[in-house]
Design a protein around this ligand. Structure first.
Ligand SMILES: [Zn+2]
Length: 486
């Protein structure tokens, strides 16, 4: 994601106080059956905003025409990604149309651009969604989609309840320039129920088509294993998009989490791989584990990636998808890759900021995972496993998963310390974020009985805190069905 997103941070922090929305602007989106164009009618509650903005640099090119709905129909014209509204009365409306078939390529901030997926269409929201840059605490936008019979929509926003005539959503208060995607297509959105959440799964068109039951089983298994971290899945109704057609041997060569609206996870899959490959793959537990934290600024990606990288192995060991021994082998191999990574001489902070240029992914991901393992082991050791990273995340979920504010790693770690009544996280931050060396795990290995032998790690039976080692990977409340592992 783009690093320069923190300018509005303080504004958003103060605007995120939950206040019952009073002013609901209504957007009605009408989509043609061939999904090549859309018409939007936006009616504002009270005084219209002075200007609208769009997140994508491609939005001006996709904009076809627009007008204010008033007696003298005044044309609207974007100026770059901004559009001034003048002379529109209170409670007034505008209308505009957008060409969705333009092959837009300027903006790749979301990791993807608007594109056809078989008969379906993946759209960057910022291509067509002209909206106020900021919403006051008492404002929200309700977007409803008037769709031809059989055409469905998948959005990252919160569905309005009870259900309206058309699929309708409240967008909430996340910053307007956080990337997000809406898909239109001939799919049926599938509710995937897990403790604490209903994931909204949409599987786009493919040739051959993806096996819908297999994809649902795969996402359900991964979401259940992540819900097991502290008992409930961290985001109430996230958008889960599965996009077939990826060219690769592995089942999910590319995936990411977006933070516009509620959180969303998108998986680009090779739908020819059997279900077994998906169940064995770490990608879905990794991406869904990202949701254990709110949006952490990309300058501190070591924390978000470290959390996902740690739990991609821990959750799978607990569900039985891999053995505890295999989980430790994978973690050990990861720590080695992080230590050997090509960005020697850089601090973790520098390696994170330069990750996309210098390819220091392994250093960043596995340094974060090592710090969280150090934290988990220390919390468990001092409390005889009563306290852990899981329990801290459970407390954090109760206070701090509002999707709108953007956090720094320091703020998250300070909160973790406050919730755990310790200084475990502050000490780890101070020791490792500005250090050029990979976190030293020698003492931890000795304490919990891990012995490195060449590229492998051996689980010893005589170490002071074997109980901690085994508790981390102990089977949890959810077990991956044995049939999926055969
Ligand atoms: Zn990740």
């Amino acid at each position: 994601m783009l690093p320069l997103r923190s300018i509005a941070f303080l504004l958003v922090m103060t605007a995120s106080v939950p206040v019952w929305a009073q002013r609901i602007h209504q957007y009605r989106v009408t989509v043609d059956p061939d999904i090549r164009s859309m018409q939007v009618k936006a009616c504002f509650a009270g005084r219209p905003p002075a200007q609208l903005v769009a997140e994508s640099l491609d939005a001006p090119a996709a904009f076809v025409e627009g007008k204010a709905v008033m007696e003298r129909r005044q044309p609207l014209q974007p100026n770059g990604t901004e559009m001034r509204l003048k002379g529109i009365a209170d409670d007034g409306c505008i209308e505009y149309s957008v060409n969705l078939a333009g092959g837009y390529t300027k903006n790749d901030l979301s990791g993807n651009t608007t594109k056809r997926v078989g008969r379906d269409l993946f759209t960057e929201v910022g291509l067509w969604f002209w909206r106020p840059a900021q919403l006051a605490p008492d404002e929200d936008i309700e977007v409803s989609f008037a769709l031809p019979e059989g055409l469905a929509v998948s959005t990252p926003w919160r569905p309005v309840e009870p259900a309206r005539e058309w699929p309708s959503y409240r967008i909430g208060h996340a910053e307007f320039d956080r990337p997000s995607a809406v898909a239109f297509g001939w799919f049926k959105e599938i509710p995937v129920e897990v403790p604490g959440a209903v994931l909204r799964l949409a599987i786009l068109d493919g040739a051959p088509p993806a096996d819908v039951d297999a994809m649902r089983t795969w996402i359900h298994d991964a979401a259940m294993s992540v819900a097991g971290v502290h008992g409930r899945f961290p985001v109430a109704s996230p958008q889960i998009l599965v996009v077939p057609g990826a060219r690769a041997q592995e089942p999910t060569p590319w995936a990411y989490v977006l933070r516009g609206g509620q959180a969303a996870a998108h998986f680009f899959v090779n739908q020819r791989r059997p279900l077994r490959d998906y169940i064995e793959d770490w990608t879905a537990p990794h991406e869904l584990s990202h949701l254990l934290l709110p949006y952490v600024t990309s300058h501190d990606a070591w924390l978000a990636e470290g959390m996902a990288t740690y739990y991609q192995n821990v959750t799978r060991a607990r569900s039985g998808a891999i053995t505890p021994n295999e989980a430790w082998q994978r973690m050990h191999a990861g720590f080695k890759r992080g230590r050997d990574s090509a960005v020697k001489g850089m601090t973790l902070e520098q390696a994170t900021v330069r990750m996309f240029r210098d390819g220091g992914y392994m250093r960043v991901y596995w340094s974060g995972a090592a710090m969280l393992l150090l934290a988990d082991v220390e919390l468990r050791s001092r409390s005889d496993n009563r306290q852990s990273l899981d329990t801290v995340l459970a407390q954090f979920a109760d206070c701090c998963l509002d999707p709108n504010p953007e956090w720094t790693a320091r703020q998250v770690f300070d909160k973790f310390d406050e919730l755990s009544g310790t200084d475990v996280f502050r000490r780890l931050y101070d020791a490792h974020v500005a250090a050029t060396a990979f976190p030293d795990l020698a003492q931890l290995y000795a304490d919990i009985g891990l012995e490195a032998l060449g590229g492998k790690v051996e689980l010893k039976s005589d170490a002071p805190r074997i109980d901690v080692r085994d508790a981390i990977m102990a089977r949890g409340t959810y077990a991956t069905p044995a049939a999926l592992l055969r």
